[in-house]
Every structure is written in structure tokens, then in C-alpha cells.
Design a binder for this molecule. Structure first.
Ligand code: PGA
Length: 253
């Protein structure tokens, strides 16, 4: 039996202004008020972070940022640091989302610096990994995951990573409506867990949560969550509406 508490996380990407974000957050907090056996987190854009943090105060919905810079402060126009994120009331941060890797130059080395910065500040990193469609077709899924994990976690030790969360997000399933089958998700998650075991240690590998992301909806969450190594979901499009997201959070086993 797994002791890993399921985590359903919403990634709002570049959607919602402050009033939309706070209203959605308040509605969501109400809708999931009575859910006790699942952890819930949302990651709004940086402009909304502090006001959503206030809207969620006292609720059971946790707050995450979508990105961070690895330096503590400095002349880095447009960037935000781990401490700034913490000061907005957030506890989590997404690192290495495929959109960051694809459009904003987040290489494995940069992803690693960001994971290190988050860990150093006590901000929980949600390290995102996943293969593209051509990589899957070429049979490279596992080697890509290995590389992203190996580089992403370089220089870190098991003790640093007790809170680590990994999100497996096959790039071909993000925003496309094409979900990985639960078997494909399970296979990748089991591989990731085993790889973390060999890079760090088995106890850590067994305790960390691995979320699935890529077109998760109310209609496919239960099936995905029935897999032994799927410990939660990172939800994009279907997290934008409180009611839909609350249905995902409340999936029945
Ligand atoms: P999606 O996005 O649920 O819209 O596919 C997932 C993600 O990018 O985290």
C-alpha cells in the first residue's frame, strides 16, 4: 500500500488577471473544502501570486509559482526569486515545464540551477520531465527521462529532496487532448521511480510523488490514478475552471 498522499495540482499558465484568478481560487477553495485525502495546489501567474495567496489563506489549497530564477536577487530584469515566491505565500514551484524548455531556453543545466535554488530556499520543486512525440517514436522515452533526471538532480542529495515532486508530462499530450494511456503513464512513472532510486536511494524513490500531466480531465483522472506509480496529476486546461478542477480533485477510486 502506498503512503503517498495524492496531489492534484493546477497549472494556470498565462491565463487570468488578478480578479479572475482570485475569484477562481476562492471558488475552488470552497469546492474542495471537505476533501481530506488529497492535497490540492494551484500555480497562477506571478502577477496573481500574492493575491491568490491571500484568497487561499486558511483554505486547504496550496499555492505554487510556475517558474523561478536561481539567484537570490540581482540585476535580472523580469525574473523572480525563490524568496520572493515564498513571500507571496507559495510553497511550491514548477521547474522545467516543457513550455519553459521549449520557448524560454530552460536547458537541463538551467533546470538544475532552479531546482537547487528552490531546495536551498525551502520551496518545494515540482520537476517536470517528459519526451516529445518524435523522441517517443524513436524509442528514446526512457533515455530522455534519464537525462532530464540525471541533469536536473545533479549536485543534490537525498536529504535535500525529501519534498521533491516530479511531474511526468509527455510533451505530445500537453494541451493536445491526447492523453497517455494509463499503461504508458505507469510505465514511465515506474521507470522514473527506479531511476531516482539509482541516482539517490530507494527510500527516497518510494516516498516521492510522481504526477502525470497532459490532457488530464474529469473523465480520465480515475483511470490514471488507479496505476500504482501515479501519485497525482498536473492539470493545465482543465484546472482553469474551479468546478471542473474540483471534479478532478474529487475523482472516485
Ligand atoms: P494540459 O497541460 O492539462 O492542458 O494538457 C498540462 C501541463 O502543461 O501542465
Amino acid at each position: 500500500m502506498s503512503l503517498r498522499m495524492p496531489l492534484i495540482a493546477g497549472n494556470w499558465k498565462m491565463f487570468k488577471d488578478i480578479s479572475e484568478a482570485t475569484q477562481t481560487a476562492q471558488r475552488l477553495a470552497k469546492q474542495v473544502e471537505t476533501v481530506t485525502n488529497r492535497q490540492v495546489m494551484i500555480a497562477p501567474n506571478a502577477v496573481c501570486l500574492a493575491s491568490v495567496g491571500q484568497a487561499l489563506a486558511g483554505s486547504r489549497v496550496e499555492l505554487g509559482a510556475q517558474n523561478l530564477h536561481w539567484e537570490k536577487e540581482g540585476a535580472y530584469t523580469g525574473e523572480i526569486s525563490a524568496d520572493m515566491i515564498l513571500s507571496a505565500g507559495a510553497s511550491h514551484v514548477l521547474v522545467g515545464h516543457s513550455e519553459r524548455r521549449q520557448f524560454f531556453g530552460d536547458s537541463d543545466e538551467i533546470v538544475n540551477r532552479k531546482v537547487q535554488a528552490a531546495v536551498a530556499a525551502n520551496l518545494i520543486p515540482v520537476l517536470c520531465v517528459g519526451e516529445t512525440e518524435p523522441q517517443r517514436d524513436a524509442g528514446q522515452t526512457f533515455s530522455i527521462l534519464d537525462k532530464q533526471l540525471e541533469f536536473g538532480l545533479q549536485g543534490l542529495f537525498s536529504d535535500d529532496l525529501e519534498q521533491l515532486i516530479i511531474a511526468y508530462e509527455p510533451v505530445w499530450a500537453i494541451g493536445t487532448g491526447k492523453t497517455a494511456t494509463s499503461e504508458q503513464a505507469q510505465e514511465a512513472h515506474a521507470h522514473i521511480r527506479q531511476r531516482v532510486g539509482s541516482l539517490m536511494d530507494d527510500a527516497l524513490a518510494q516516498s516521492i510523488r510522481i504526477l502525470y500531466g497532459g490532457s488530464v480531465k474529469p473523465g480520465n483522472i480515475a483511470e490514471l490514478m488507479s496505476m500504482p506509480d501515479v501519485d497525482g496529476a498536473l492539470v493545465g486546461g482543465a484546472s482553469l475552471e474551479a468546478e471542473t478542477f474540483a471534479r478532478i480533485v474529487g475523482y472516485s477510486t
